[in-house]
Design a protein around this ligand. Structure first.
Ligand code: SAH
Length: 210
């Protein structure tokens, strides 16, 4: 059974991720390393390495593996960074980030999802992921500024508070839009924020607490 998952994961990385152009060795290593099937509901385990997003309960989804890899690569991580993630969900993306960087701060608005993710990540032995249950639109001010920020749910426009929690030269990757969404990369240059559109995507909406 274990062997089966490893083989499926290897095939997933080769055919869905490398073949589509993701080259960053750190990202590929993390995608090979993290057991994605541990992050999906039990009845979804056999689909864990397929080329699609999957439901994780509470109307939420774990992103398609390629999108997880692509968004991680866009952040150009070297290894010594502190990264903020908005939308913990299953905890899978947080695990991928935690394999690459020093410290991951992840915020989730739905308590049940955060608690479930915390259980899985603790069981797997991660010690560099910090959790917060709150509205991630406001970021996590206490530990700001961050080298990089990743948002895994889509707002109508880039939240100001998140931009402000970026270091100079920091990078923020975020899906933006209501009906049609695009993945946007925001780079901070002192007081200015440079925006670049990357590709069309579909994410669950970022829930606003206000
Ligand atoms: N990164 C996740 C993907 C989760 S889907 C993973 O790897 O599984 C997006 C998540 O964002 C959902 O869990 C949803 O509850 C959460 N979310 C939506 N609005 C939010 C908000 N305002 N603040 C924090 N999390 C939010």
């Amino acid at each position: 059974m274990k062997k089966g998952h490893e083989e499926r994961r290897e095939r997933m990385v080769a055919s869905q991720i490398e073949d589509r152009g993701v080259k960053d060795r750190k990202v590929l290593g993390a995608m090979r390393n993290v057991a994605r099937h541990m992050f999906v509901p039990e009845n979804m385990e056999s689909y864990a390495y397929q080329d699609e997003p999957l439901p994780i309960g509470q109307g939420q989804t774990i992103s398609q593996p390629y999108i997880v890899a692509y968004m991680t690569e866009v952040l150009q991580l070297k290894g010594d960074e502190r990264v903020l993630e908005v939308g913990t969900g299953s905890g899978y993306q947080a695990a991928i980030l935690a394999k690459i960087v020093k410290e991951v701060f992840t915020v989730e608005i739905i308590e049940e999802l955060s608690i479930q993710a915390q259980k899985v990540l603790e069981k797997l032995g991660y010690e560099n992921i910090h959790f917060k249950i709150s509205d991630g639109t406001q970021g996590w001010k206490e530990y700001a500024p961050y080298d990089a920020i990743m948002v895994t749910a889509a707002p109508a426009k880039v939240p100001k508070a998140l931009q402000e929690q970026l270091k100079i030269q920091g990078r923020l990757v975020i899906p933006v839009g209501s009906t049609f969404q695009e993945l946007v990369l925001v780079t901070r240059e002192k007081k200015k924020f440079k925006k670049k559109k990357l590709l069309p995507v579909r994410f669950v909406p970022l829930i606003s607490a206000h």
